[in-house]
Ligand binder design. Structure first.
Ligand SMILES: C[S@@+](CC[C@H](N)C(=O)[O-])C[C@H]1O[C@@H](n2cnc3c(N)ncnc32)[C@H](O)[C@@H]1O
Length: 344
């Protein structure tokens, strides 16, 4: 019997065995990344014996690995030769401008973190609970966010109509990927990226070559502790609320409401649970495990709960924006909230 990858819900022991061992595929992919196999393959076709040399890998080991990558759809096998698919040749290849290196490194490193899930479920404490935030970690993470969001930011910028907005705050904007995409699509807009200093350092580096850099400013702050600077037509809050507990999010929504200009709106972009039982999309539920491992209070939330919190925080017009597209990780939820009758 052949299974599609990720066959669920589990109904039989066969299903169980399949899903419980999906880590084999993850591990094969992460090993390929650790070997930098996709970079070595480049744009050519390789027989295993020739490829084993630059990778300094065992022939049998590499043969088995490449067969697995081919069946997963990352490599093409023709006779005894292997080559990259378009995805592998671009986004997984260090020599390509489309390479998503920082994000690939983030998920590769998470392999070890996930082996500690049992301890974390027992303790409820994140892995680095006793360690202060390091600027090197924040820098790498911020680049990872940029490599993760580049395309989604363009999709969002095409989808949103911000033609009447003049000022935007990208709160917890990290690398500023969304702010920059929104500036590129809206020539009358000015944007501020607010985040921790180490994240803003990366945002400044990325902005240095961006055509809209003159319309972009930076605000170093801790938005949970500090006042928000200025008043904005739009506050863009992307991938933030899953880091915090419901009550913390309500407090943040209240703070943001005071930073909105008359007619202004808050846009929340995140992975929301959308079914009545709070289980799906499955990737959004799985993402809560990541939040458990790395945050004190984070989780993933149902869109209807977030909308309820917004009303509690004083927003009067709250709606789910649909139609932005489908992503497997569910990171395409958008909620719009305004405390005024008409938005910009
Ligand atoms: C998951 S990243 C999202 C980055 C970006 N908004 C995006 O969607 O790609 C979360 C960002 O929020 C920032 N952040 C979280 N809590 C913060 C706080 N209390 N003050 C300032 N920044 C914060 C982090 O530094 C990080 O850059």
């Amino acid at each position: 019997m052949t299974y599609p990858l990720g066959a669920y819900p589990i109904k039989t022991f066969d299903d169980f065995r399949h899903v419980a061992q999906l880590y084999q595929y993850s591990r094969a992919i992460l090993t390929a990344l650790e070997l930098d196999l996709f970079t070595a393959l480049g744009a050519r076709s390789w027989p295993i014996a020739a490829l084993a040399r630059p990778l300094r890998a065992d022939r049998r080991g590499l043969d088995i690995l490449c067969r697995n990558l081919a069946v997963l759809g990352l490599l093409v096998k023709r006779g005894s030769f292997y080559r990259n698919t378009l995805l592998a040749r671009t986004e997984l290849n260090r020599r390509s401008p489309a390479y998503r290196g920082a994000y690939l490194e983030l998920i590769t490193n998470q392999w070890h973190d996930f082996t500690q899930l049992t301890d974390t479920v027992r303790s409820g404490k994140p892995l680095d609970a006793d360690e202060p935030e390091s600027s090197v970690w924040r820098r790498n993470f911020t680049w990872a966010m940029h490599h993760r969001s580049r395309e989604q930011a363009k999709t969002v910028a095409r989808f949103l109509n911000l033609s009447r907005a003049r000022t935007l705050l990208d709160l917890g904007g990290g690398p500023g990927t969304y702010a920059m995409a929104l500036l590129a699509a809206n020539p009358s807009l000015r944007a501020t990226v607010a985040d921790r200093p180490a994240a803003l350092k990366v945002a400044r580096e990325i902005a240095a070559t961006h055509p809209a850099k003159a319309r972009l400013s930076f605000a170093p702050l801790d938005f949970m502790l500090d006042a928000l600077p200025g008043r904005y037509d739009v506050v863009w809050l992307s991938n933030i609320i899953h880091i915090y507990a419901p009550a913390q999010n309500v407090g943040l929504f209240r703070k943001i409401r005071k930073a909105l200009a008359p007619g202004g709106r808050l846009l929340i972009h995140d992975s929301f649970l959308t079914d009545p039982h709070g289980l799906n999309p499955i990737d959004t539920t799985a993402f809560a495990l990541t939040m458990l491992l790395f945050t004190d209070t984070g989780n993933t939330y149902a869109s209807r709960d977030v909308m309820r919190w917004l009303r509690k925080a004083g927003y009067r017009r709250v709606r789910l924006l649909t139609g932005i597209g489908t992503r497997k990780d569910g990171e395409n939820g958008l909620i719009e909230a305004s405390s005024f009758k008409a938005g910009p």
